[in-house]
Ligand binder design. Sequence first.
Ligand SMILES: *Cc1c(COP(=O)(O)O)cnc(C)c1O
Length: 816
Amino acid sequence: MMFMDTEAFKEAYLKKLIEGEGITADEATTWDKFVALVMLLKDKISYYRAVNKNSWSPGKQVYYFSMEFLIGKLLYNYLVNFKIEKIVKEGLFELGINLEELLEQEVDPGLGNGGLGRLAACFLDSLAFLGIDGHGNGIRYRYGLFEQKIVAGNQVEAADNWLKNGYPWETRKAHKAVTVKFKGRVRSEIQEGRLVFIHEDYEPVLAVPYDVPVISYDNPRYINNLRLWSAETVASELDLASFNRGEFKQATGFKSEVEAISYILYPDDSSRAGRELRLKQEYFFVAAGLGTIVRSYKKRYGRRAFPDFPRRVAVHINDTHPVLCIPELMRILIDEEGLGWDEAWNITVNTMSFTNHTVMPEAMEKWPVDMLKNLLPRIFMIIEEIDCRFKEDLKARFMDDEEVIQNTHIFKDGYVWMTNLAIIGSSSVNGVAHLHTKILKGDVFKDFYRVFGYKFNNKTNGVNHRRFLLAANPGLARLITEAIGPNWQEDAGELKKLHVLKEDPGFLECLGKVKYDNKCRLAASLQKKYGLILDPSSIFDVQVKRIHAYKRQLLNVLKIMHLYNLALRDPESLTGSQTFIFGGKAAPGYHYAKTVIKLIHCLSKKIAQNPAISSKLKVIFIENFNVSQGELIYPAADISEQISTAGKEASGTGNMKFMLNGALTLGTLDGANVEIREAVGEENIFIFGLTAEEALTYTHSGGYKPWDEYHSNPDLKICVDHLKGSFFEDAGEEFRMLYDSLMIYHDEFFILKDFPAYLAKYGEMQELYGHPQEWNKISLLNIANSGFFSSDRTIREYADWIWKVHYRTTHSKTII
Ligand SMILES: *Cc1c(COP(=O)(O)O)cnc(C)c1O
């Protein structure tokens, strides 16, 4: 159906351009041409949707609630999914249009900020691919996190106005809007012998959905939806009246207060107003999402069918931001549908499942009691009741000892602890890698584990191997397909078949050539965008991820400083040429992280000033790391830096994207690195440093003295001293806080402790790089064993064990 060949495509496309934009191909701007192509695909999607409606009845619905969806660009991936990228490219070419130029028109939606949001996006792809009715539910932020610019080494945050030109993939569904109620008072009364709660004098906000289609690879029947909510005023006659009376400020002031809810991802939380706005956002998309879910459930099954709700609907809570799903579903079932508490609670718990993403204590979400109570009075009452009944339950089970009570409180120190509410109100609590789940059970939530042991489980993260290999690395994808056929695209486990080629010098050479080409591709892009010059024959050692103390970019910097110091003493000490690539955003208020960015810049400059050394050593920082940058960077990496303090990185997904693209991992035994080691074998990964257990023991019982490391290692001492001395001209005291974090504040992340082992492992890799055949063999083994880290596998596990939903097991296609 629809343009199966180039001619048909050309005809449909030209028609679209004229019909949709009212212009001919000659008049159209590149943007017009891009939009027309998107519109054409949306027509195709609508067509398949309509066909599906008549041909099957839907199964269990899964709703993935997430504050972030870092989806990246869609156009190229959707051409690949429909398997029409060749037809479209050729057709456009014949019309004198370059597909590449159209692809560049698309912007990365500002709907997320890092790994968590990207995971949600990978999950959407796999849900569609597996034929699960699984939909995303989130917020349509007018502005993203920020666009990062580096000016004189400093991060400068510019507004990420991603919607500036409009976003052609979205469709506004005004008729599906939902009213969300904030503030006001709750009154109770007896109606027909039943206590009912009435919410009055609330401030209504209209939640308007914008839908973005999510399509499956190679099966056009599977079309899901990412629903993003935008806040608007409920236009009332009152507003109009005040506007007409000339009270413009009052009328428009209210409007902008309401619209602020979906204005920006992560409002500045340094003020109380900013924090309250964030809480508003959370309730806003939860209430809007659940409102529609219940509405469509009733339409399909009738209101008597509520006991079956958990069999037909699963709601997944991605990190704590959507935890208000639990009291909100309770509210709907009790206040609007008239169910009793126990029945509503059963339905709610069995519907909800929760993923924890972090063990960092400062990231455990909590809200001041008075704020939550004032903003969401009815929800607050329900949370109080949940807490009260949970305590009674503990007592009844003789588990109400002091420690358990202390560590499972929903209310503590004047705050509402969202993680505790999530665990109590869900049927499943999962960590995101084996080590992480082990730490949750044994440490962070050990008391909850005693009470609800059966809820805890692990689902190791995964990444969308079609986006990050098939689409982002066409050279490697082609090589793999030529070697083992195309089935790996649907079943990443098939990559195992590459094992037979590990001793094939010809194949390994081709693999090296593909890597080299990808490095050239990255170098060309960086030269074009930033004027940077990279040497593609040097080793590309890459650390791209959010800048954070626990991710230890500083450890990497100290290593490079050390190499520089060596080269100063003896230029011959540098074997081969090395390029260190950094990228990642620092949170706007995170001074430490911003200082690390500045440090990278200063070191880069310092090295560049010395021609003898800079021909072999180069440091670059890539501005504004995002999904699109990632698609160029991951395929071009030789070394993947995964060097977080063991026990701190829940899983990581960057590590998987690098592995899939044949980079060798230099990392700690943290997060999914542990499982990467198991998959690839310890001789094919470069692991160093403390284990999580050792780091935890030091943290809990002391005994780690950074000064000992400092004094016993002269090489290290010089590097650390660079942070406060005159090594960086005119840096003054700029890096003093980094020095202090190590030497005064006890090096919380064990940077000095791990430094010698890190250097040694890096040295091994440098040495190995001089033996391309051996290097490429390990690279191949990484690719061959990366299948486990496809998000298809992760989603199958969620489907089997958490959501209890069927998915297709064989690749059955239906030709429409
Ligand atoms: C994969 C990804 C991340 C996560 O990287 P980690 O190394 O796991 O922290 C962050 N940002 C973007 C844009 C990504 O694609």
